[in-house]
Design a protein around this ligand. Structure first.
Ligand code: PEP
Ligand code: MG
Length: 607
């Protein structure tokens, strides 16, 4: 029996499931930077040598990473080449040596000072200037040298050679997309919420994750044994034998349950009383198509095209975008694929993305606004989508973050312009390609009746709709408690959008994370959603519940729920219903379930 006392830290359950494994610290948190002056020529010469060796080591690291990159991320190698160039750029390399020699400062401080100077220079450039958009790369290159000087030299996802639980202060969506599902057992981050894009990627890859676990990178040491409970948001550091046994059993139970229900994953999403809805997949990269098909997706309800633009030095050109959309259409044909135009900005950034330095990026020039501002980028993407639409006539075009009619008119005008150009050049495209809008902001709900006259379908992005209607940042762990999908205001907005769509005779989907949460199945069915689009891994669970629900019962339930006054009242009613009707689902996934296996008594609570 292991009698060491374990430590428990709590965060937000961001991707369900249990992971048990050794910790791999992606970053060692804040790197302490010592400041000292060098005395004597000998000390200066040694510090110069230390700096030169650190740069050489950083270059060699980048070279090794380049060699290990998989072919689908080959664009990433160019990003690393840029970082190699930055390391030798005179504004960093020569300037750091100058600081060491002339000001007799230690190497780390010298690097920090030259980085600061270089960044000031870049910031003063115009938004269109190439160098301005290299600030993220300057930071990454400098950070690598500083870590080496501090004796911490592994910070990359590519360095993970064993199966491990990744612990980091933060993971950007661009980092998350590089995670290797086979090697990443679980994820623990100090910041982030349950619908931040990093959590969405973790869920897509089926990796249990806990976000917003304050001080995790400080409290967890490399190689600590961890239990990550992605349902409750609990992380147990160096668990006792008893805790290990309990969670290993739970892991088995979850696996058995998932295996059992996945046998029915390819049956139609039809309720027990014959009401059929769509069960579709959200994907970020084409590699996810396999998982989508394996898990019974009937179509791709959301392709988040912005991920193709990440981890690249330059904007992808029309030809490479065309190839991507062509392959997607071909691989899914005759099933439908809904391609969403670029939804960049806020937390989804790329290294070439204009560095706008906005005080409130979630309310800033993101998504469709960014596309309508940088029209050439938008037109290039539209041309590629239109050309790919000719492959199997199975593409639907969808615009994100529509806030009103003006954006629809302007986007349609640009689309017509591109269509005319293609017609002139005799390039084929699907003239009847459906054109849809995402409903993600309250103003779109308010004018949904008018929007419905101009589009062929709606898809409700609940992640953003909740963020903007309650007025909280979806990635901010400090306000995560306010992120309430069952808030009566949110449910009313969904109902209003569905009714407006149906009155105009167009279908309405949900492609936000709500669609992939089994608990919300009775509500979304009762609100008359036509299709559910979710991360591929969630499909079997959601389909299983849809198939065992009665539409009549769900509609009656929603009539009652829509009159309730608080999210917690609604939550209680939904939990009661789901627990009564689907006890097996609850036993393995609901943290509050008290079933046959009693939870072990947790000894200690940290944080
Ligand atoms: C949403 O907001 O619900 C959505 C599906 O879009 P994203 O999560 O990519 O912002
Ligand atoms: Mg959104």
């Amino acid at each position: 029996m292991n009698d060491r006392s374990s430590l428990i830290i709590r965060g937000i359950g961001a991707a369900p499931g249990i992971a048990i494994g050794r910790a791999f610290l992606l970053e060692h948190g804040h790197i302490p930077v010592p400041r000292y002056r060098l005395f004597g020529d000998q000390a200066v010469a040694e510090e110069c040598k230390r700096f030169e060796e650190a740069v050489a080591e950083a270059e060699a690291d980048l070279e090794n990473i380049k060699k290990s990159i998989k072919s689908e991320f080959i664009e990433h190698t160019r990003l690393l080449e840029v970082q190699q160039m930055i390391l030798r750029d005179p504004s960093i390399y020569d300037q750091s040596l100058r600081y060491i020699k002339e000001e007799r400062t230690n190497a780390q401080l010298a690097v920090i000072k030259s980085l600061r100077k270089a960044k000031e220079l870049f910031s003063s450039l115009s938004a269109e200037d190439y160098a301005k958009n290299r600030i993220a790369d300057v930071n990454a290159a400098g950070d690598r040298v500083i870590r080496i000087l501090a004796g911490q030299n592994h910070t990359d996802l590519e360095h993970i050679h064993q199966r491990a639980v990744i612990v980091a202060h933060d993971l950007s969506p661009a980092d998350a997309i590089q995670l290797q599902a086979g090697r990443t057992l679980g994820i623990v981050t100090e910041i982030g919420g349950s619908v931040s894009h990093t959590s969405i990627v973790a869920r897509s890859l089926g990796i249990p994750a806990v976000t917003g676990a304050e001080n995790a990178a400080r409290l967890i040491s490399e190689n600590d044994l961890l239990i990550v409970d992605g349902r409750t948001g609990m992380v147990i550091i160096n668990p006792s034998e008893r805790e290990l046994q309990y969670y290993a059993n739970l892991q088995d139970e979850i696996q058995t349950y998932l295996k059992q229900i996945s046998r029915h994953a390819h049956l139609p999403a039809e309720t027990s009383d014959g009401h059929r809805v769509g069960a579709e997949a959200n994907i970020e990269v084409l590699e996810e198509i396999v998982a989508a098909k394996d898990n019974g997706a009937e179509a791709i309800g959301l392709y988040r095209t912005e991920y193709y633009f990440m981890n690249r030095v330059e904007l992808p050109d029309e030809e490479s975008l065309y190839r991507d959309y062509h392959d997607l259409a071909e691989l899914m044909a005759p099933s439908q694929v809904t391609i969403r135009t670029l939804d960049l900005g806020a937390d989804k950034l790329t290294s070439w993305c204009p560095n706008l330095e906005e005080p409130n990026p979630a309310l800033g020039l993101r998504s469709i606004r960014l596309c309508l501002h940088y029209k050439e980028i938008f037109k290039t993407q539209l041309r590629a989508i239109l050309r790919a639409s000719a492959v199997a006539c199975n593409i639907r075009l969808m615009l994100p973050l529509i806030s009103g009619m003006g954006e629809i008119f302007e986007a349609k005008r640009i689309l017509r312009e591109v269509q005319t150009e293609l017609t002139k050049k005799r390039i084929p495209f699907d003239k009847d390609m459906p054109f849809g809008a995402m409903i993600e902001v309250p103003s779109a709900v308010a004018v949904a009746d008018m929007l419905a006259q101009e589009v062929d379908f709606f898809s409700i992005g609940t992640n953003d709709l909740i963020q903007y209607s309650i007025g909280i940042d979806r990635s901010n762990e400090h306000v995560a408690y306010l992120y309430e999908p069952l808030h009566p205001g949110v449910l009313r907005f969904i109902k209003q959008a569905v009714d407006a769509g149906h009155d105009a005779g167009i279908p309405v989907a949900v492609c936000g994370e709500m669609a992939g949460e089994p608990l919300y199945v009775p509500i979304l069915l009762g609100l008359k959603i036509d299709s559910f689009s979710m991360n591929p891994v969630a499909l079997p669970r959601v389909k299983n519940l849809i198939r065992r629900s009665s539409m009549k019962e769900c509609c009656r339930f929603v009539e009652k729920v829509i009159r309730m006054r608080t999210a917690s009242e609604i939550q209680q009613a939904v939990s009661k219903l789901v627990m009564r009707k689907f006890p097996e689902e609850f036993r393995v996934f609901d943290p509050n379930w008290v079933g046959n296996t009693s939870l072990p008594v947790m000894k200690k609570s940290g944080s």
